[in-house]
Every structure is written in structure tokens, then in C-alpha cells.
Ligand binder design. Structure first.
Ligand code: GFB
Length: 335
């Protein structure tokens, strides 16, 4: 077992571009390839002249150490995007805390340890901006990590993702592994999970607004006050940013991945209504939690590394709605 320290002992806070890591000709495992960001990564990597590896949960359950070790020993990827996670919206986080904490800790621990054991050249772990304190200054900088208590509704997921960042740092320090961590804001896009109870706000509101339009209803329910603010990144933009980071970045510090712009939930609902063509009003369910008051990330590090988002929220919502309608029509999902 190697014990030579390869990184400085003080946490590196300011990243700088590393010699480019090239994916061309490499075997690249997208863990979580059926998810929102994983499927976007597969689309994005199709243009990179690499071999994309994927495996479904029915064959390899990433929470099981032996299964992950066997898969990595058999396939020997050069690079890994760890986009597999147990995820969900504010209600799902609140009612399934054990799954959100246990599953994500296990997935990250199993994949990182087996990646190290199998000599993976580069690995990127995905997290979330819910790693930051509930009352972090806005926009949230990477340095704001662990400067205050987490939002109770998603602390389980947030804690697991903080552990993911620290695991990357630990493997870098102890073994010199080139493992990096990226923290996307709230993501949305084609292939998202549409469910009124368990999903994130965009698919939930889109499904409700679409159903209200078809039924000629005059009100749609918005959870909470409508006042919380969130930053939304289109999944194809997120995938593009992650491939970019994989290529240009190597360092202990995690990197925020977002747009740097936030919107209130009420304004988001109004925008979705425009896209869907719904002209009715809103009803606020104050019995549902607002969660974090504001989540908007500082994307200075990402832009300094040469990446900027391309898709406006309105265009991304229109693409997502187009996908949703097609998926409903083809019976791939249910309303
Ligand atoms: O997207 P969301 O479920 O999660 O909710 P978070 C965002 C905001 O939208 C909250 C409000 O203030 C919700 O109360 N909202 C309004 C709704 N109507 C609805 C609705 O019909 N459904 C949903 N789901 N929300 C997530 C974490 O927090 O952030 C995840 O739970 C992850 O783990 C993600 O970290 C990035 O933004 O509050």
C-alpha cells in the first residue's frame, strides 16, 4: 500500500488549469447513465471519440462493494463520471433520509475505492449545492463549505455529498489519485423524473401545469410560499461543463457548476406556465416546506477555467416540455 503524500497538506482553495486530460481513445464509465445528468453525459461524450461504458442497477448495484469491485476489475475504465446517486426533491429528501445518506455514502465509497484499486486515471464526483449552509452568503462560494448548519430537509443528501468531496481530497492526498468534485446547482432537462411527490420542482410543476391546462383548471398548487430562490442549470449544459472540467481541471478544491443566476419559485412557475400555455392562477400550500431560502452559486472558478452556460431557462424549459409531451404520447412515462 502506497503512503507517499503527493499533495500539499493545506487545502488548495484556488484551482488552476491542469495539463489537459484527453478522453479520446479512452474507456469512460458513466455511472448513472440513465439519470438526468448521466444520460446528458452519454449524449455529450458521443462527440468525444471515446468508448462509453455503462451498466444498469439490475446488473451492478453500486451500493454493494463486491459488485462494484468486480465491475471495475472486469472493465478497467480509464476515466469515470460518478453521476449515480439516490436523488429526489425536497419531499423525497425529507421522508427517505436513510436512503439519501446511506446509498450515496456507499456508492461514493465503493466507486472511489475500486477506482483507486484499478488504477483509474481520472474520476469526477458529482455533488449538489445543498452541501452549503442553509444561510450561506449569496452567491455561494466554494469556500463557504462547512461554515454553518445545513438545511434540515436535505441535510442527509448534503452530508453524503460533502463526504464525496472529502473522499476525493483524501485519495488525492494519500495516493495521488486524480479525483475531482463538481457541485452542480438544481438541474433539469429531458429525461427528468416527473412525479408529483418525489421529484424536483421543475418536473413537478410542469406536470401539474400541463394537467391543469388539459383539464381547464384555474389553479395550480405551489408548495410553500413561492418565495425561495433557486438556480437552475440545463442538463446538457451541465454535461458539457463536466466534460470540460474533466479535461482542464485537477485539484483538491471542488468546483461549482451552475449559471450564477437565480429565480423565485413563483417566477419559475410563471415561466413554465408561459411555455406550457397555461393562463390560470396559483394556490400556495404553506404546509409544505420552502427549504433553503436562496441557493445561487458563485461560478467564478468555473468561468476562470473557461466554461460558461449556453441555454437560457426559457429555452431549456421549452426543450424539457417538448420531451415530456413526447414521452407521454409514447407512453414512456405516465401523467
Ligand atoms: O426542487 P426542490 O424539490 O428541492 O424544491 P430543493 C425547490 C423549491 O420549490 C422548494 C418549491 O422551495 C419547494 O417547496 N416547490 C414548489 C416545489 N412547488 C413544488 C412542487 O410541486 N414540487 C417540489 N418538489 N417543489 C433539492 C434537494 O432541494 O435540491 C436535493 O432536495 C438536491 O437533494 C437539489 O440537492 C439540488 O431545491 O429545495
Amino acid at each position: 500500500m502506497s503512503s507517499a503524500p503527493t499533495a500539499p497538506s493545506a487545502p488548495a482553495s484556488v484551482p488552476s488549469a491542469a495539463p489537459r486530460y484527453r478522453l479520446q481513445g479512452k474507456r469512460v464509465w458513466v455511472a448513472g447513465h440513465r439519470g438526468l445528468v448521466g444520460s446528458a453525459l452519454v449524449r455529450r461524450l458521443a462527440g468525444e471519440d471515446c468508448e462509453i461504458l455503462s451498466v444498469g442497477r439490475e446488473r451492478v448495484d453500486l451500493r454493494r462493494q463486491e459488485a462494484v469491485e468486480r465491475w471495475l476489475a472486469d472493465t478497467k475504465p480509464h476515466a469515470i463520471f460518478l453521476a449515480a446517486a439516490t436523488v429526489g426533491g425536497i419531499a423525497a429528501n425529507d421522508v427517505r433520509p436513510a436512503e439519501f445518506l446511506y446509498d450515496n455514502l456507499m456508492i461514493q465509497s465503493n466507486v472511489l475505492s475500486a477506482a483507486h484499486a484499478n488504477g483509474v486515471e481520472k474520476l469526477l464526483v458529482l455533488g449538489s449545492t445543498c452541501i452549503y449552509p442553509k444561510h450561506a452568503p449569496q452567491p455561494m462560494r466554494e469556500e463557504d463549505l462547512m461554515t454553518g448548519p445545513l438545511e434540515p430537509t436535505n441535510q442527509w443528501y448534503g452530508l453524503a455529498k460533502i463526504a464525496g468531496i472529502r473522499l476525493c481530497q483524501a485519495y488525492r492526498r494519500q495516493y495521488g489519485a486524480d479525483f475531482i468534485a463538481a457541485m452542480p446547482s438544481n438541474l433539469y432537462g429531458p429525461g427528468d423524473f416527473f412525479d408529483l411527490e418525489q421529484s424536483h420542482v421543475i418536473p413537478a410543476l410542469m406536470a401539474k401545469i400541463h394537467a391543469a391546462k388539459l383539464a381547464g383548471q384555474t389553479e395550480v398548487e405551489i408548495w410553500g410560499s413561492g418565495r425561495p430562490r433557486r438556480e437552475f442549470l440545463y442538463s446538457d449544459d451541465a454535461a458539457d461543463a463536466l466534460v470540460h472540467l474533466m479535461g482542464v481541471y485537477s485539484g483538491e478544491a471542488h468546483v461549482n457548476v451552475g449559471t450564477g443566476a437565480d429565480v423565485s419559485i413563483l417566477d419559475l412557475a410563471t415561466l413554465i406556465a408561459e411555455v406550457v400555455g397555461y393562463g390560470g392562477g396559483w394556490r400556495f400550500d404553506r404546509g409544505k416546506p420552502d427549504g433553503t431560502p436562496v441557493k445561487c452559486s458563485d461560478i467564478g472558478r468555473l468561468t476562470a477555467l473557461g466554461w460558461a452556460p449556453k441555454t437560457s431557462l426559457k429555452d431549456g424549459l421549452a426543450e424539457t416540455y417538448g420531451w415530456y409531451r413526447e414521452a407521454l404520447a409514447a407512453n414512456r412515462i405516465r401523467a
